[in-house]
Design a protein around this ligand. Structure first.
Ligand SMILES: Cc1ncc(COP(=O)(O)O)c(C=O)c1O
Length: 420
């Protein structure tokens, strides 16, 4: 007889009140220590907390750029600020269209709309939730000026296809790497394919400062625009204080720069631990009837921001919602679908075209067009939201934690397949 499921009143696989999972919300799932303390101490003792006067932010930029083989890097106050800075540097016209993913954070779209551009959403491939190149092609119009790809959950998009599209249609390319520090396509770092690569250092990311971000670029002119945009359009290298355009204040402080630098120097170790445990989990899942491991393209290096897997309903004899409910009741750190449960364009802000004042700008003539945002236009996204389950992940997970997850998955699989 299969063991009774916790969802039916049986014992839990893991009692999280006794043995909680490591979490990104506190030290259990984050790697902070003496390295951060030492650099913070240096900043405090220097008395220079602003990047204009100190050296921590500059050093972080230098090491981040070097690590990525990029000519330039500009540290900013968040991932959203990184994307806005990249968009701001392009000097697009109001109403220009930027194609992006419907499975992303608001930060991606805020950057587009705050540059008065119109976000257009292509669909994602259902198993990976990464942009589907054919769907991108179908969204291109004579108003499309840029593509903002989102490397989701730690995985790169198919950059062979993306670069073909960018070249064929002469588009700007911004890579949203917020969730995918150190991910690679065909051995090359994400963030280095496009005009700009934008990273977040928010609390949940592979490396973090609580909030923070950074932009990389190989284009000298665009990088210069980005640098000015993030700091009130001041040119701090020269005469300076006579901005030719309107920028923002997205400066990173030296305190944040100190933590960012210490975290960056730990990135290899953090990714190694995440990958070792995630790969052990995937190997275990291979052996469980009806549960499919994450889909990873052969050219992709995954850095496991979250883990995303599917089930085979025919083998299990239950649907994804039933399966996820059961594994969550077992105490496993999973959820169904991605954060939102629907394409991001179904949020009220997009349904109401609500960005500025009471009108529909930038979605209205004479600037832009009123793009229809309809759930049914995103079958890949809708499928993923129902059928993919994701697990939160961090470098605090141990092989023992992995074994507990596998025990829970085996138990639920055995119950539904009757193969105990
Ligand atoms: C894909 C994606 N883009 C953009 C952002 C925005 O980053 P931040 O929260 O640092 O502004 C996030 C993270 O929250 C993200 O996951």
């Amino acid at each position: 007889m299969p063991e009774e499921l916790a969802v039916n009143g049986g014992p839990k696989t893991r009692d999280t009140s006794v043995k909680p999972w490591p979490t990104i919300a506190d030290a259990s799932g984050r790697d902070f220590g003496e390295e951060e303390m030492e650099l913070l101490r240096q900043v405090i003792e220097s008395g220079s907390l602003g990047y204009q006067y100190g050296s921590m932010v500059r050093q972080f930029e230098t090491e981040f750029a070097q690590r990525h083989g990029s000519r330039h890097a500009c540290a900013v106050s968040s991932g959203t600020a990184a994307l806005h800075t990249a968009m701001g540097a392009l000097h697009l016209e109001p109403g220009d269209e930027v194609i992006t993913s419907p499975v992303t954070d608001m930060g991606s779209i805020i950057a587009i709309v705050q540059c008065n551009c119109v976000p257009v959403f292509a669909d994602v491939e259902p198993l990976t939730m990464l942009l589907d190149p054919d769907s991108i092609r179908a969204q291109i119009t004579d108003r499309t000026r840029a593509l903002m790809v989102v490397h989701s959950l730690g995985q790169p998009c198919n950059m062979d296809e993306i670069m073909r599209i960018v070249e064929e249609h002469d588009l700007y390319l911004i890579e949203d790497c917020a969730q995918s520090h150190d991910a690679k396509w065909d051995g090359r770092d994400v963030g280095t394919f496009g005009h700009f690569g934008c990273f977040s250092l928010q609390q949940s990311k592979q490396i973090t400062t609580g909030d923070g971000g950074i932009v990389v670029s190989d284009d000298d002119d665009l990088a210069d625009e980005a640098y000015r945009f993030h700091d009130k359009y001041y040119d701090r290298s020269g005469e300076g204080r006579k901005p030719e355009r309107i920028g923002m204040n997205y400066r990173m402080s030296e305190l944040v720069g100190a933590v960012a630098l210490a975290q960056l120097r730990k990135l290899d170790g953090i990714i190694e631990r995440r990958a070792e445990r995630a790969e052990a989990l995937m190997a275990g899942i291979e052996e469980i009837p009806g549960v499919n491991p994450a889909t990873v393209h052969p050219k992709a290096t995954h850095t496991w921001w979250r883990v995303a897997c599917t089930i085979d309903e025919d083998v299990l004899g239950c649907d994804a919602a039933t399966f996820t409910r059961a594994v969550i009741a077992e105490g496993l750190p999973l959820r169904q679908g991605a954060a939102r449960g629907e394409p991001i364009c179904m949020l009220p802000a997009f349904q109401d075209y609500a960005a500025y004042g009471t009108g529909d700008f930038p979605w209205e003539p004479p600037y832009g067009r009123r793009v229809d945002y309809r759930r049914e236009d995103y079958p890949g996204t809708n499928w993923a939201m129902e059928n993919v389950w994701t697990a939160s992940w961090n470098e605090g997970y141990t092989l023992e934690d992995v074994e507990d997850i596998l025990r829970g998955l085996r138990k639920v699989s055995a119950y539904y397949t009757g193969r105990a």
